[in-house]
Design a protein around this ligand. Structure first.
Ligand code: SF4
Ligand code: SF4
Length: 165
């Protein structure tokens, strides 16, 4: 049986890996993902198009890749059971390996390396938490000595090198 045209156009090993893990090639472009995407209502993100283009070409340069909030609506509702959000995360990872990442996301990575939290809890928010009876979270905020281990993991996995300016 002749393969669908877009399947023949899966170019790189990264794309092949993405296709196998996410079932992205079974997309029939119904648009349910786009219709259910909260981010797409306010930004230029068109997740249906991302899915379509990602099997045909390198889309590492596309700003829209970073507009997804990873809410998983699209993944939950795709009638083909495609792991849409996971595919976006995979595409982002590939973009980062090519040095392509938005400044705000790089900054968040920096916070993680420095503090063990992507969004550290500052003094103002600590005060609010205390006021409403929320305990210190079970993270490096409560166990500061664990930060050394977090840094060790981020270094040994090459994460720090990957996201540095
Ligand atoms: S909902 Fe699924 S099948 Fe429909 S366009 Fe999106 S990814 Fe493709
Ligand atoms: S996971 Fe991303 S692409 Fe999917 S619906 Fe949520 S914001 Fe949109």
């Amino acid at each position: 049986m002749k393969k669908p045209e877009f399947e023949n156009s899966v170019k790189t090993s990264n794309h092949k890996e993405l296709a196998e893990s996410s079932k992205i090639l079974s997309c029939f472009q119904c648009g349910t993902c786009t219709g259910t995407c909260p981010s797409g209502r306010y930004t230029s993100l068109n997740v249906r198009r991302i899915v379509k283009d990602s099997v045909k070409k390198d889309i590492s340069d596309e700003l829209e890749l970073w507009m997804c909030t990873t809410c998983y609506n699209c993944q939950e509702r795709c009638p083909r059971g495609i792991k849409v959000t996971d595919a976006i995360l995979h595409l982002r990872s590939e973009a980062v390996k090519k040095g392509k990442i938005l400044p705000a996301h790089r900054k968040v990575c920096g916070f993680l390396i420095e503090t063990g939290h992507a969004i550290p809890i500052d003094d103002a928010h600590s005060a609010i938490r205390e006021k409403i009876g929320l305990a210190v979270p079970e993270t490096v905020h409560k166990y500061p000595e664990a930060l050394r281990e977090v840094k060790k993991i981020l270094k040994s996995t090459g994460f720090d090198e990957l996201v540095k300016e």
